[in-house]
Design a protein around this ligand. Structure first.
Ligand code: URA
Length: 232
């Protein structure tokens, strides 16, 4: 338990260091040699994935078959972040490979991209039994992995898929999906990452009326990316 706590503290410190970087000192207390945390370099994405494979930070490690770290371009400009692996993903160790995943692939292709060009991941790396909503302690335990993934990949745009992912990325528990979508948020410590929240592809499969708003959100994402010079 003490070791787990030490790892979490170290992870958080590394994450904050990676995000702060040079030139973000305005308004911050000046550091002295004593107060400066030791410079611990961030792991590579592969090393982080390796670490996640043996994660026991929450009880989901007891029921998972595979850790689903995420996949795609390690330098992707665009990240899609879902909630948690489902049954197919747990069996294969890959994100969004079931029916919802097939729809996500089509959505990505509809804006002129491929799965290989973007990065696809989840807030939780392990499947909650029966696909139940993540418990707060599970998302808290897993969030440092996602934060480090974002710090390493440095996407320009993040698309949160579904209510849980939107709530966790916007740190606003209890907010409805409808109230989160339709905006482009300036996200991250310097507000330079654009965040778009849209319906989860699984919700689109259950409710066909969500397909139109998702398409509107994807056009918004495409327009944002084009405005940044992205060629899609
Ligand atoms: N739903 C998710 O949120 N993520 C997956 O990887 C699959 C289904």
């Amino acid at each position: 338990m003490r070791r787990e706590l030490a790892m979490l503290t170290r992870d958080f410190r590394q994450y904050v260091q990676a995000l702060e970087g040079p030139g973000r000192d305005e308004g911050r207390r000046p550091e002295t040699a004593e107060s400066r945390p030791p410079a611990v370099p961030l792991k590579s994405l592969d090393e982080l994935c390796e670490e996640a494979q043996s994660c026991v930070r929450c009880g989901l490690c007891k029921t998972r078959r595979n850790v689903v770290f995420g996949e795609g371009n390690p330098n992707a400009d665009i990240m899609f972040i879902g909630e948690a692996p489902g049954r197919d993903e747990d069996l294969q160790g890959r994100p969004f490979v079931g029916r919802a995943g097939q729809l996500l692939t089509k959505i990505i292709e509809a804006i002129g991209l491929t799965r290989e060009e973007v990065f696809i991941g989840n807030v939780l790396k392990c499947r909650p039994p029966g696909n139940r909503d993540p418990e707060p302690e599970e998302s808290a335990a897993c969030m440092p992995y996602l934060e480090k993934q974002i710090a390493l990949i440095q996407p320009k745009i993040i698309c949160a898929l579904g209510r849980i992912s939107g709530q966790l990325l916007l740190a606003s528990r209890g907010r409805s999906l409808a109230s989160m979508r339709g905006n482009v948020y300036d996200w991250g410590p310097d507000g330079k990452v654009k965040l778009i929240v849209t319906y989860h592809p699984a919700a689109c499969l259950r409710n066909l009326q969500y397909k139109r708003p998702v398409w509107e959100d994807m056009k918004r994402l495409r327009d944002e990316y084009r405005a940044m010079g992205g060629a899609i």
